[in-house]
Design a protein around this ligand. Structure first.
Ligand code: PLP
Length: 399
């Protein structure tokens, strides 16, 4: 058999154009609600003293929302600084025209990365004298100061100078002429867990340790060094955690990390996950659904097939544990979630057709499904749920 040859060259350019013609809402997509982000930042900021700054944490592509959109609306809401995890995340924001100070929360340890950070006006997090020295040399080489934040470890045991050695090390750091300390910070390990209000809790002890350290290093007020400790949970505890700046992620996206919370405002989810029904079938009683036959119908059942699966970021261990919303009614997901699709029991409905839109996360009428529900059901945390969504899901901005 002869295989027919074609002289036509595969044209990637054309192929990409073709892809762009596909309606982003044709299959499954994430709606990013800019106004909700802006309102959340505004509400959260109203809890801060006037001189306390708000750093919007937009790492991991803005917790899966799209860092560019999140940054834009967070700044509109009053965020004055941004926090990213990696060099590339920072560079992307700079290339989008973001002008506010950006702190890289992860560690840069090579000279090359630190030079790129300097060249893009990104402040690195520094955890050792060795890293300080590299930054000082870079500043000297370029003939200007390298702005950076020093991190101290008060109990997270991740990045940061050891508290017990920091006082002495700080004296040396102050002698480096080509660095400018823009901030000193630490990170809370357990503010969203157990009982952070208890004076003997890890969270309160971390705060005390941080405060004692700051007293010992005798800071020069004129240097405008920003002191910061709180993430969302720390910020919502009380003002003792606020210092000069707070670094806020989860609550800005619309979810409270606190088990017990005394908030007197409502955070608005900035992410809705939506999907189209791609097929409808009726099955008899006793028919198994999806891989492994984990669900067997107990009656004649109407099934909707939704075009979304674990390759999009809907965790497989949520199989059979979640609902979806259509016209303010909840419908249970049944059978194993597959790579690209999942089934929903829509028995009794007569308003769902192929092409209908269903809400997996978000609200419709009086029904709401939150990443907090999913996290509970899959024994994880809402941060992981938000960061699971893959690029296959187009992000569609809604104001
Ligand atoms: C150093 C640091 N600060 C702040 C945050 C924001 O935390 P949250 O999302 O709980 O507000 C994070 C997130 O992991 C972080 O790593």
């Amino acid at each position: 058999m002869q295989i027919r040859q074609t002289n036509k060259k595969f044209n990637f350019q054309k192929d990409t154009t073709f892809e762009q013609d596909i309606d982003p809402k044709q299959r499954a997509w994430i709606e990013v609600r800019g106004k909700a982000l802006e309102t959340n930042v505004r509400q959260l900021r109203s809890k801060l003293r006037k001189d306390c700054q708000f750093m919007a944490v937009v790492k991991a592509d803005g917790y899966g929302h799209d860092a560019k959109v999140v940054s834009e609306y967070a700044i509109k809401g009053g965020a004055s600084q941004l926090g990213v995890a990696t060099l590339n995340e920072g560079i992307r924001l700079r290339s989008c025209g973001v002008k506010v100070p950006i702190l890289i929360l992860g560690n840069l340890y090579t000279k090359r990365d630190l030079i790129i950070s300097f060249e893009n006006d990104l402040m690195p997090t520094i955890s050792s004298i060795g890293e300080c020295l590299i930054c000082n040399n870079i500043g000297k080489h370029f003939g200007s100061k390298f702005y950076l934040h020093l991190k101290v470890d008060t109990g997270m045991s991740r990045l940061g100078f050891e508290c017990s050695k920091f006082v002495q090390q700080f004296e040396k750091i102050k002698s480096f002429e080509n660095i400018s300390i823009a901030g000193i910070y630490s990170h809370l390990s357990s503010a969203d867990e157990i009982n952070p209000f208890d004076s003997k809790s890890v969270t309160q002890l971390q705060r005390k340790k941080f405060q004692e350290l700051l007293k010992k290093i005798n800071l020069d007020k004129n240097q405008n060094i920003k002191i910061h400790l709180a993430n969302s949970a720390g910020m919502l505890l009380n003002q003792d955690f606020h210092f000069d700046m707070v670094r806020i992620g989860l609550s800005m996206y619309g979810y409270s990390p606190l088990i017990k919370s005394e908030e007197n405002f409502t955070l608005k989810p900035a992410l809705f996950l939506k999907v189209k029904v791609s097929f409808i079938r009726i099955i008899d009683k006793g028919v198994s659904v999806s891989y492994g036959g984990k669900f067997v119908s107990t009656k004649k059942t109407k099934l909707a097939v939704l075009s979304i699966g674990y390759a999009d970021g809907v965790l497989r261990n949520l199989s059979g544990k979640i609902n979806v919303i259509h016209n303010s009614k909840l419908y249970p997901q049944v059978g194993s979630i597959t790579m690209d699709q999942m089934m929903v029991d829509i028995t009794g409905s007569n308003d769902i057709q192929v092409g209908s839109t269903m809400v997996l996360l978000g609200s419709e009428g009086d029904k709401t499904i939150s990443p907090l529900h999913w996290a509970k059901e899959s024994n994880t945390i809402p941060w992981e749920i938000l960061c699971s969504f893959k690029n296959r899901l187009p992000r569609v901005q809604v104001d």
